[in-house]
Design a protein around this ligand. Structure first.
Ligand code: C5P
Length: 247
């Protein structure tokens, strides 16, 4: 790969978390960043406030969208919601693996029927165990398996149901890569450049370390959007990823 291709490959790995309250803030944040990052993550707050308008806004800027609504419902409802997300043109959306095999299989089947070419359909990611949950949380809902075992069990289940990958903490990358192989997508939040504040994140990794460990995409919010120069922050992260890709 030449330098331009490497930069492009690195840039595409950055997913900016749009943790902003309204469409004006979304516009302000996404516009300068759109040419410099791979995707924008729209979560429950922004989507509840703005609806599909915010997806149109970002796509209109040439940006791509990861719709982070973490679907978890009866199989038909999740499948139909997933189809609507696909029709809005999102590149990725996610669901909870705890929704079970039928929910995941029904969703993937519905997507495959409408988008026979896998390149044209959104990638679907599973949430295994939320990183805000610990052993106590699992016990309280009747799950006795250790958290790490549950994470691997749910990642493998999602893969067996045709789901494309998972969202997980940087600490889980190697475990999941080993269990699910090289083609399973791994998307990691909890990313902090070496000189950045941890904020409320507890288990963090640098962009370079996460990519070196096997992460395909990095979800990064405050270390980009709350910097005085977000474009420069995104470019510095891209450079750090390039160093790893070159090795
Ligand atoms: O600002 P920061 O980089 O910490 O933002 C991380 C983003 O990733 C937030 O939108 C957060 O909700 C999300 N996320 C996370 N940890 C998870 C799953 C999602 O931080 N386990």
């Amino acid at each position: 790969m030449n330098q331009t291709e490497l930069l492009d490959e690195a840039r595409k790995k950055i997913i900016v978390a749009m943790d902003v309250p309204d469409i004006f803030a979304a516009h302000r944040v996404a516009r300068p960043l759109a040419p410099h990052v791979g995707m924008f993550k729209i979560g429950k707050q922004l989507f509840t406030a703005c609806g599909p308008e915010v997806i149109k806004l970002i796509k209109g800027m040439g940006g791509e969208v990861f719709l982070d609504l973490k679907y978890h419902d009866i199989p038909n409802t999740v499948a139909m919601a997933g189809l609507e997300a696909a029709r809005l043109g999102v590149k990725m959306f996610n669901l909870h693996a705890l929704g079970g095999p039928e929910m995941m299989e029904t969703t993937m089947k519905a997507l495959r029927a409408e988008y026979p070419d896998p390149e044209n359909r959104p990638k679907v990611l599973a949430v295994t165990i939320l990183t805000s949950s610990n052993q106590e949380t699992l016990k309280a809902v009747g799950i006795d398996l250790p958290v790490k075992e549950m994470v691997v069990k749910l990642a493998k289940l999602a893969q067996a149901c045709g789901v494309d990958g998972v969202v997980c903490s940087p600490q889980e990358i190697e475990l999941i890569r080993e269990a699910c192989g090289p083609d399973f997508l791994i998307v990691t939040p909890g990313i902090r450049p070496a000189d950045a504040k941890a904020d409320d994140q507890k288990r963090i990794a640098t962009p370079g370390a996460a990519v070196a460990a096997g992460s395909n995409y990095l979800v990064i919010g405050r270390p980009i959007i709350e910097q005085p120069d977000p474009v420069a922050a995104a470019q510095a992260i891209t450079e750090e990823i390039v160093q790893v890709l070159q090795q």
